[in-house]
Design a protein around this ligand. Structure first.
Ligand code: GRF
Length: 199
């Protein structure tokens, strides 16, 4: 299965997926392209170092639909079947969602549906919850909303800050995202409405 990864920044989740594919942990797959919407995103260099083709496609005054159309076309050109959002800081258009039905996934650093959007780890600290974590989910048109594939819960310590919690969640994000990609590539799941059943 050809995988395309969309990033906007650091790209540590992207690197975890690439490493898992290249080491054979995720079988029968290839990361065909890493696309950034930000010029000079740190993750681009990491992808190049691992021999992955990269592209930067900035929005530059276009509508979301026009921007997405260029990205979709580059993904389709490379026969990408699974799109992984890894710190990609944009909502996808309806066209994008329809171009890859149930084949776009995202990772979010909270236990959804709590703490959607930006700064999820800070939101969790500020709210005072005792447990947070990370979620891999299918992407639909609403922010951090699609059906949940996997979640990992992480205890919040009394002295945690947004930074220390983010660092601890991030370690688990990498493992969880790799597990989810593996699951999708193997096809060991069934989607029933919002419920994703692992087979
Ligand atoms: C991660 O915390 C991810 O959950 C969120 O954005 C961050 C991206 O980090 N969506 P990285 O670019 O993968 O290092």
């Amino acid at each position: 299965m050809k995988i395309g990864i969309l990033i906007s920044g650091r790209g540590s989740n992207m690197s975890a997926i690439v490493e898992a594919v290249q080491s054979g942990l995720i079988v029968a797959s290839e990361v065909a392209i890493v696309i950034s919407d930000k010029t000079g995103a740190e993750g681009l260099l990491k992808a190049k170092e691992r021999g992955i083709e990269t592209l930067t496609i900035i929005k530059k005054g276009r509508t979301r639909e026009e921007h997405d159309a260029e990205i979709i076309s580059e993904l389709k050109k490379r026969n990408v079947e699974l799109v992984c959002l890894a710190g990609y800081m944009r909502l996808l258009s309806k066209d994008f969602i329809h171009a890859f039905p149930n084949k776009i996934i995202n990772i979010h650093p909270s236990l959804l549906p709590s703490f959607k959007g930006l700064d999820a780890q800070r939101q969790a600290i500020d709210y005072g919850v005792k447990v947070s974590g990370c979620t891999v989910h299918f992407v639909d048109e609403a922010l951090d909303h699609g059906a949940i594939i996997l979640q990992k819960a992480i205890d919040i310590k009394d002295d945690d800050t947004a930074e220390s919690l983010s660092a601890r969640i991030l370690e688990h994000e990498h493992a969880l995202y790799v597990k989810a990609v593996h699951l999708i590539v193997e096809g060991n799941y069934a989607i029933r409405g919002r419920r994703v059943k692992l087979l």
